[in-house]
Design a protein around this ligand. Structure first.
Ligand SMILES: *[C@@H]1O[C@H](CO)[C@@H](O)[C@H](O)[C@H]1NC(C)=O
Length: 990
């Protein structure tokens, strides 16, 4: 959260201690676009756009980058060469080492660096505090595997103009590397998919000496940014008139009263990446806009700014915008019928991406000539290496899997984390928490976690409690524990600069804080007022951080206390764009500029490891929520979409954002239910709970100035409708958990957009308000519009669809929009035929109280009339890491209509004797399949009986059959099945 409205006087009061902050923050109510840079206010962004415009305007434009032919080599799956950049009319060049690595996974990686210290002058001008090479450590934080080289990759063809490398599965992939100008064309089965530098926009701003200006022209002191900028421009124009480049922001630039010094000068990297024949691109979260990305160079229905990735505290963000938000995942996918491909731009500096689409002619000479659209993207980052991974698919599943091989898959969460989380800024006392806990129970509202925002602390000093309002945190924690519930407390990276506060004293004396450009500890403003920031890039700082979470250090916390990391972009109230100055210095001598987008992840990760190590043996899987993130954050916790508003359009915007997270490797995501800012009207709040029941991370949250809105306060009929949505979530927890397990195994999104599940159906490519849940066949389209009482669900195939609640058969067919009744109490939710999914139907107060409950299986008969249906269930103890040692149950359920049996076998065909059963598995012997509901059961079942066979025995089970009536499908229920969930069994209907 950031800045409360002027009504909550305390921030205004404390911030007004500094008069400049007072003027900055008093009027803050909603996001001001002008608080954040537009492309032409960001020096390198502007330069690269101008570069693109100049290139596009000239028919004779030629990229000044060429491979030195004799520098080429190829060995063990790696192509290396020197790219020469011609930097002036005289023909002077700089040398850029190029490496193209072909990985075993079929992914290719292109890296362009710059040879260090190519001239003496440059070496001399370096400030000793700043590292001299381009930032090259992003890989260290992000990539956890998949870098093995493909030794089978071979040079297929080489001459003086090109080298062609064949690689990938059955050598179906090909990289055609052209020398002059340097381009790469990535092909699959001979067909071009992705092209690098096709438009000639490759740009590596090389190092150069600063031409010092006479002292007299330099301005001292603060002064207005604009004025200063003008003078700098003049100076530089005089200094080097020959280049014709805009040098005004090479050595410093100002924005909003802050000046960024640039000790290394201009060093941006840029590249155009074209997706041949692709009309849709997805990914690069987080942005509040459609899943299918828009064009960015103006025109109707298009943005005029590039998509920006520069993690920032953008409170009350505006919708349908390419503006940056709190987290960044520079992974983009392109999709068309028959092909999904993607690129991962591994760079943690400020990054912008322009997107344009253009018709091109496939073969103008062929009869009729077919025109197709290609998407042309242009990426630019302020510093660092050019480092791009190329994925050639061909399916969306290949992309999520291969991207996860590099950056890691979703950590397997504890099961409670999938339950409902009750949060607000703030529960004001331990008695308040106990009271909410009691009232949730009294109103039969299940929940798992209650949260504490910043007010629980003693004056925003993290790891402390306000002694007046939270005198008994342990008593509070125990009450929660009695119902299997958890507490989450917030811990942020800004550490209050206060006398006698042990944490800041240690932070300073042990030098674990981020430094400013002078090399002393950086000081800025955040919630506590004057603060310092832990530098989680430092291993020693992370080790120290872990000590703070020990139970005897953070007193008042217990085994059921977990953590929320907010403000880790980092948010700095008085910093440029509400974050840290780019010339701050991190561990290793790197500028903040280089690592900005990694900052949130390193802090989140430090906290994850800290809470994991609270107890010897690291027995429990940590839960840590983060606001800021980067590629790889999925390995350590969940994220939410930040400070949204209690407004219908914000509810609507949540699904495209969460779907985008899902296909970008970080599916454990949600939006604040109810909307953070403002007061939702009752029907909005109710609809939001119905939607939230389908967020992978499901948390209600509210701003300090909003009215209390715990669901029991809503009144009838709202409270009951919300309770029903919560119960729906809880009954489906086994299926949600199974979907999380799939994400953990191979990166499959937890909720899936249409292009992902039906990649051949073009009409689904820009649908982002409906989705499938895991592997269940559940197709949901929660209502996100005011006064809407029907939902039009787009039907992606010719399967049978049933209404989840009424078993009504939906009269529809592929490509149609089915109108589903959706009065306030109803969530539009369909079941696709051909699936089997698991539920636990007994209502309970929290997920852990459901741990030993029996299961219900739901079988949906498909269009084949019941010849086949399939599904799976993954279950483990929901807490520990024992699942890594085989302590889990993973069943595959199959309906075989020929012989009419429903069977359960081990989904991984494991030999049961291969796993020695621990306590949890033994206890699971008592957990059974209770009921099986077969929706759409054939009429012949009316006269049939069910027999259960399992573990060498067989017994009858009752089979009730209800014939189809009034549009409702027939269904059958097998009751008291009584087979162990962990055992092989068969239900035979005969
Ligand atoms: C996470 O923390 C561990 C332990 O300190 C460290 O080894 C790892 O490099 C960190 N990773 C990230 C992404 O911060």
């Amino acid at each position: 959260m950031l800045v409360s409205s002027p009504l909550s006087g305390k921030w205004t009061a404390s911030l007004c201690l500094l008069s400049t902050l007072c003027t900055l923050w008093t009027p803050a109510v909603s996001v001001k676009e002008h608080d954040f840079k537009k492309c032409d206010q960001s020096g390198f962004c502007k330069r690269n756009r101008v570069f693109a415009d100049n290139a596009g305007a000239s028919s004779s434009w030629e990229s000044p980058y060429n491979i030195l032919p004799e520098s080429r080599s190829f060995k063990d799956g790696q192509f290396q060469a020197i790219v020469l950049k011609t930097i002036n009319a005289k023909g002077d060049t700089v040398r850029l080492p190029l490496t193209v690595s072909f990985l075993e996974s079929g992914t290719a990686r292109v890296t362009v660096d710059e040879e260090k210290r190519q001239n003496k002058e440059i070496e001399l001008r370096y400030d000793s505090k700043v590292r001299k090479e381009r930032y090259n450590e992003a890989e260290e934080w992000v990539v956890v595997g998949g870098l093995g080289l493909d030794k089978e990759a071979t040079v297929g063809f080489e001459d003086k103009s090109q080298t062609t490398v064949k690689y990938g599965p059955s050598s179906a992939f090909e990289a055609v590397i052209k020398l002059s100008p340097f381009t790469i064309d990535f092909k699959r089965d001979g067909e071009s998919q992705i092209k690098f530098n096709d438009r000639g926009l490759l740009n590596v701003e090389h190092w150069r000496p600063k031409i010092e200006q006479p002292e007299t022209e330099k301005k001292e002191g603060e002064g207005d940014g604009g004025e200063k900028k003008e003078e700098t421009t003049l100076e530089n124009k005089e200094g080097s008139s020959s280049s014709g480049e805009d040098e005004s922001t090479w050595w410093d630039e100002s924005f909003g009263g802050n000046t960024d010094t640039k000790p290394r000068g201009p060093e941006s990297i840029a590249l155009d990446i074209s997706f041949s024949g692709f009309d849709h691109v997805y990914g690069i979260p987080s942005h509040a806009g459609p899943l299918s990305l828009r064009e960015t160079r103006g025109g109707e229905g298009k943005y005029s700014e590039p998509y920006r990735l520069y993690n920032a505290d953008v409170f009350e963000y505006i919708l349908d915008s390419p503006m940056t938000l709190y987290g960044a995942i520079p992974f983009m996918q392109a999709h068309r019928k028959g092909s999904s491909v993607g690129v991962f731009w591994l760079n943690a500096a400020e990054t912008w991406i322009d997107i344009i689409k253009a018709k091109d002619w496939r073969n103008p000479l062929s009869l009729g000539g077919s025109s197709k659209t290609s998407t042309h993207t242009h990426w630019f980052s302020e510093s660092g290496l050019l480092d791009v991974f190329v994925f050639l698919g061909p399916t969306p599943q290949d992309l999520t899997k291969k991207y996860g091989e590099l950056t890691g898959y979703t950590a397997m969460p504890q099961e409670f984390a999938l339950g409902y989380h009750q949060c607000r800024w703030n529960y004001v006392s331990d008695e308040d928490v106990r009271d909410v806990d009691r009232k949730m129970d009294k109103s039969n509202l299940p929940y798992d976690v209650i949260w504490l925002d910043i007010e629980y602390t003693d004056e925003k000093k993290y790891f402390t409690w306000d002694k007046h309002t939270f005198p008994d945190p342990i008593g509070m924690g125990k009450q929660l524990d009695n119902h299997g519930r958890k507490l989450v407390t917030i811990i942020d990276p800004h550490i209050k600069n206060a006398e006698g506060y042990q944490v800041v004293t240690e932070l300073k004396s042990k030098e674990h804080a981020v430094k400013n450009k002078e090399g002393s500890i950086f000081e800025g403003w955040c919630w506590p007022g004057s603060s310092h920031w832990i530098d989680a890039f430092s291993p020693a700082a992370r080790e120290w951080w872990a000590t703070l979470f020990k139970y005897d250090s953070f007193k008042g916390t217990m085994k059921n206390t977990w953590i929320w990391n907010d403000m880790n972009e980092p948010s700095v109230f008085n910093g440029p764009e509400t974050t840290m100055p780019k010339d701050n210095i991190h561990y290793g001598g790197w500028e903040h500029r280089d690592v900005h987008n990694l900052n949130g992840m390193t802090f989140h990760n430090a906290t994850h490891h800290a809470v994991k190590s609270r107890e010897p043996g690291e027995l429990q899987r940590p839960f840590v929520l983060t606001r800021s993130f980067f590629s790889g954050s999925q390995r350590v916790g969940a994220m939410w979409t930040g400070d949204n508003q209690a407004a219908w359009d914000h509810l609507h915007a949540s699904f495209p954002m969460i779907l985008s997270q899902g296909i970008s490797g970080f599916p454990f995501s949600g939006a604040d239910v109810g909307g953070f800012f403002g007061n939702p009207e009752k029907d909005l709040q109710t609809r939001w709970y119905q939607a939230g029941a389908f967020y992978p991370f499901f948390r209600g949250h509210a701003h300090i100035d909003s009215r209390r809105r715990e669901p029991y306060l809503a009144g009838e009929p709202y409270t009951s409708i919300i309770a029903a949505a919560l119960r729906l979530r809880y009954s489906l927890l086994p299926s949600w958990y199974t979907a999380f397990h799939q994400a953990y195994v191979d990166g499959t999104p937890i909720i899936k957009p249409m292009f992902y599940t039906h990649p051949g159906e073009e009409a689904g490519y820009d649908i982002d308000d409906q989705f499938f849940v895991g592997n269940t066949g559940l197709l949901a389209k929660p209502v996100t519009e005011q006064d809407k009482v029907t939902a039009e669900i787009w039907i992606p195939d010719n399967e049978v669809y049933y209404d989840y609640f009424t078993y009504k058969t939906i009269p529809t067919s592929k490509g149609k929009r089915a109108a589903i009744d959706a009065p306030l109490q109803k969530i539009p939710l369909l079941m696709q035929g051909g699936h089997i999914f698991a539920r636990r139907d007994r209502p309970r107060r929290s997920s852990s109280l459901m741990k030993w409950d029996d299961y219900t299986l739901v079988v949906t008969i498909g269009r084949d009339g019941g010849k086949s249906a399939e599904g799976d269930l993954y279950v483990d103890d929901g807490e520990s890491y024992d699942f890594e040692k085989g302590q889990y149950i993973h069943r595959k359920f199959v309906l075989n209509g020929e012989a009419t049996t429903i069977s359960s076998t081990d989904a991984e065909s494991r030999d049961p004797s291969s796993v020695k059963e621990g306590d949890w598995m033994k206890k699971m012997h008592d957990v059974k399949v209770d009921r099986i509901v077969i929706v759409g059961a054939p009429a012949s079942w009316a006269k049939k009986q069910a027999t259960v066979e399992s573990e060498g025995k067989s017994w009858p089970a009752s089979l009730d059959y209800s014939a189809a009536a009034h549009g409702r499908a027939s269904f059958a229920t097998v009751k008291k099945v009584g087979a162990r969930i962990g055992a092989d069994w068969k239900v035979v209907v005969s």
